[in-house]
Design a protein around this ligand. Structure first.
Ligand SMILES: [Zn+2]
Length: 170
């Protein structure tokens, strides 16, 4: 799972202190969690959130593998899929389906990787807050990791992806 490993490496960067400066007004659920912190800002480009409802939320991956790479999460800070309530589980997966549909309709990829790394040993960069990756794939976008991934050029800016996906979640 080269993709997952690369993403995990990128996500680990989020834990570097200099990257956390902008999260300084931390109060609440989990101060160390970039997702819980982002949630406080609500749906806007600054938070990288494109959708939230009572039980789930959708972020843009700050270090995308491809343009349109989304993260779909339960709203509650929980790392264990098995500890979600029935309601949370259903809400999360409805949102996951919605995210897949939005990416498919807007970016028309050839294929998609959808999945979660459960636990650090599986490559999860932020194991304490469960998140599914939705990664659009095109022919020929496969790279060797992590060397080329570091300098990979992604033709879509995060801002553009955010703008283009917002309407799908209204
Ligand atoms: Zn969290």
């Amino acid at each position: 799972m080269g993709v997952a490993i690369s993403i995990a490496n990128h996500l680990k960067i989020l834990f570097q202190p200099e990257r956390l400066k902008y999260l300084s007004r931390a109060v609440g659920v989990n101060k160390a969690c970039v997702f819980c912190e982002g949630l406080k800002k609500g749906v806007k480009f600054e938070s990288l959130i494109v959708f939230e409802d009572e039980l789930s939320m959708v972020f843009l991956n700050k270090y995308p593998y491809n343009g349109g790479h989304l993260l779909v999460l339960p709203k509650r800070h929980e790392g264990d899929l098995l500890k979600l309530s029935e309601e949370e589980y259903i809400g999360l997966h409805k949102t996951l389906r919605r995210a897949v549909d939005a990416v498919q309709t807007e970016f028309r990829p050839r294929a998609m990787n959808v999945g979660a790394n459960l636990g650090q040993a599986a490559g999860a960069g932020i194991p304490d807050h469960l998140h599914y990756h939705v990664v659009p794939r095109w022919d020929g976008d496969t790279n060797f990791f992590p060397i080329i991934a570091q300098s990979k050029v992604i033709p879509l800016s995060l801002e553009e992806v955010h703008q283009r996906l917002l309407p799908y979640f209204k």
